[in-house]
Design a protein around this ligand. Structure first.
Ligand code: UDX
Ligand code: ADP
Length: 471
């Protein structure tokens, strides 16, 4: 088996960046070159203001950058030098043409596959790291073999299971690493080469080797199951509110059944992130494609329940505020899709802000990590994917006028008619809620979309509190 001395990773995003940082730390004998077509991103990776916020990431990058970890826009040279190439580019849901709103857009994957085929001057192992629909590896193989017949290219699937906010720990102590490949002698050799890389820090028994398609489908299935748990508890939260049960108590009781387990049962304002919705939509698309409409509808319901939960929360705010938020100051704590990340893709905050802006609210946001430009872009992107005749689309002016972003949370909260918590940032618990109450309009409404302010004694202070799944 050929030893891997140099790895190239195409795509310096939330997956590629942290993954390669950990590779560089754990494999000091391997040169890791991370490339991206976006020069600003590469510049940021070479500075101390990394484009990705992830606890522990900067420490690792500082230790290995310039030693065995490199960030560059020179994609061709990196491809040429590496024996193993990870494809870690973005695969958003298509917002145009065939499969709009459902299928994964593979144009970035295709582009970099063609680039590998054009540049490679020897055999390569190509590893798909992005979340991709089943049988994408097959497309990569077809493109590669159509472009070059001189060299041998092995395609592996090595899906990512890291969760943002805990990426470094997830990579260092992975529950499992999944490597799928062809069951031919060359394919098995490539699987072994990647296994040897991970074996530098992951015990071999946690490295699962499968055939290519099983690996690809396992990733979609894992995310669909996780998202399904969140939608399930969120569905129960609506029932709890009607009946006076407490969803956190229900989740605790249910989770103590060892067959069910306690994780991923936190009722919330709805799941976000770049993976859950996209992966389920992908699964649904695949099922329809393969003539399984009942299976497709089953999984589609997980997304519908999530949409329902976000909508329900926004409507709760509007109805509680006497059926209108027009010209009212509504403060929003959090924009990221979960704590400890600056990623806001598919965050519930975007949908909630959108509904409130449509009702002409002034939404005052504070998030410790997400930039104001990102928030505007998120809202603009949402308008671009809305269907219908445009009645419910906000103009850029409406968005820019209605969304006011603050650096200081207390300013976001001052004189507000109501406050919403949409991300579970730890710091929100430590705020001086008494002085926030004193500076809010009365009655002071607080909508805790993450149920994190239980111990803060808000009702005793005078707040009118709404929590998810509490009657
Ligand atoms: C997910 C998977 O967990 C990870 O394995 C995969 O590689 C990528 O997709 P990520 O999207 O980064 O990771 O975060 P995750 O922790 O899974 O949270 C997703 C969303 O679900 C967040 O919005 C989170 O707030 C929400 N969530 C999660 C809940 O609302 N309740 C829960 O109990 C758990
Ligand atoms: P993910 O969460 O999957 O990591 P990101 O959007 O954070 O997604 O990162 C993907 C990165 O891939 C982006 O920085 C983008 O610029 C980069 N990228 C996309 N296509 C190419 C390409 N053909 N060559 C190099 N980099 C690319």
């Amino acid at each position: 088996m050929k030893e891997v001395k140099t790895i190239c990773c195409i795509g310096a995003g939330y997956v590629g960046g942290p993954t390669m940082a950990v590779f560089s730390l754990k494999c000091p004998h391997i040169k890791i070159i991370v490339v991206d077509s976006n020069p600003q991103k590469i510049e940021a990776w070479n500075s101390n203001e990394l484009p990705v916020y992830e606890p522990g990431l900067l420490d690792i990058v500082k230790q290995t950058r310039g030693k065995n970890l490199f960030f560059t826009t020179d994609i061709d040279s990196a491809i040429d030098e590496a024996e193993m190439i990870f494809i870690s580019v973005n695969t958003p849901t298509k917002n145009y043409g065939v499969g709009k709103g459902m299928a994964a857009d593979l144009k970035y994957v295709e582009l970099c596959t063609r680039q590998i085929a054009r540049v490679a001057k020897d055999d390569k192992i190509i590893v798909e790291k992005s979340t991709l629909p089943v049988r994408t590896a097959e497309s990569i193989k077809t493109i590669i073999s159509g472009c070059s017949s001189e060299f041998s290219f092995q395609v592996l699937s090595n899906p990512e299971f890291l969760a943002e906010g805990t990426a470094i720990n997830d990579l260092l102590n992975a529950d499992r690493v999944l490597i799928g490949g062809d069951q031919t002698p060359e394919g098995l050799e490539a699987i072994e080469a990647l296994t040897a890389v991970y074996a530098n820090w992951i015990p071999r028994e946690r490295i699962i080797q499968t055939r290519l398609w099983s690996s690809e489908l396992s990733k979609l299935t894992a995310n669909a199951f996780l998202a399904q748990r969140v939608s399930s508890i969120n569905a129960i939260s609506a029932l709890c509110e009607r009946t006076g049960a407490d969803v956190d108590e229900v989740a605790r009781a249910v989770g103590m059944d060892s067959r069910i387990g306690p994780k991923f049962l936190k009722a919330s304002v709805g799941f976000g992130g770049s993976c859950f919705q996209k992966d389920i939509l992908n699964l649904v698309y695949l099922c329809r494609h393969f003539g399984l409409p009942d299976v497709a509808s089953y999984w589609e319901q997980v997304i519908k329940m999530n949409d329902y939960q976000k909508h329900r929360f926004a409507q709760k705010v509007i109805t509680t505020l006497f059926n209108t938020v027009s010209d009212k100051k509504i403060s929003m704590l959090g924009w990221a899709f979960k704590k400890d990340t600056n990623d806001s893709r598919e965050s519930a905050a975007i949908y909630i802000a959108d509904e409130l802006l449509q009702d002409q609210a002034r939404v005052h946001v504070y998030d410790p990590r997400v930039s104001p430009e990102r928030m505007i872009d998120d809202l603009m992107f949402l308008q671009s994917v809305k269907n219908g005749n445009g009645d419910n689309k906000l103009s850029e002016k409406q968005i820019r006028d209605g969304l006011i972003v603050h650096k200081d949370p207390y300013q976001a909260l001052e004189n507000a008619h109501a406050t919403m918590v949409v991300t579970e940032w730890d710091e929100f618990r430590d705020y001086d809620w008494k002085s926030i109450y004193d500076n809010m309009l009365k009655p002071a409404f607080l909508f805790d979309g993450r149920n994190i302010l239980d111990g803060a004694g808000l009702e005793e202070i005078g707040f009118k509190v709404y929590q998810i799944g509490k009657g």
